[in-house]
Unconditional design. Sequence first.
Length: 160
Amino acid sequence: MSKTVPKATPTIREFETKSAAGTIAIGRKLADLLKPPRLLILRGDLGAGKTTLVKGIACALGAADPDEVTSPTFTLIHEYAGTESGQPDGRPIKLLHLDLYRLDAERQLDSLGLDDLQTEDALILIEWGEKFKSIRNRADGEISVTATGGDTRRITLTLK
C-alpha cells in the first residue's frame, strides 16, 4: 500500500502600491521572506515594475542602492552581493536578477548555467521565466506584478 504525501499549502502574500517608491518599499519587505536558496519567477507585463521591485530587494540585502539596479534585458543576468537582513555581519547572499525576455527556446538557457547559479546562498529572480517549462518546474514560487490602473500595482508573492 502506498502512502500519499500531502502537498504543502503555498504561502501567498499580497501587497498594493501606488508609486515606484512604494514598489521599492514592498521589495524591501519581500527580502525578509526570501531566504536562499530560492529561485522565483518574476511575472508581469512590460513596464509593470518587476525591476523596480528588485531594486527594493537588493537595497534590503545591502547588495545595491536602488539606482544601481537596472534591467538585465540585454546582459541577461546581473549579480549583486548582499547579506541576510542587509547587515555587514549577516550571512552572505548572492542576488541574481535574470531577464529572459529576448530568449525563445529552452536550449538558449544552457548558456546561462542555471545549475551552477543555484547555490545555497543564491536568491535567483527571473523575469519572463514563465516562458520556459524547465524554469517553471524548478521555481520555488513567483512574484507577480500587475498594473491595476494608473500607477497602482498589485504585487503577489506565492511560495511553494
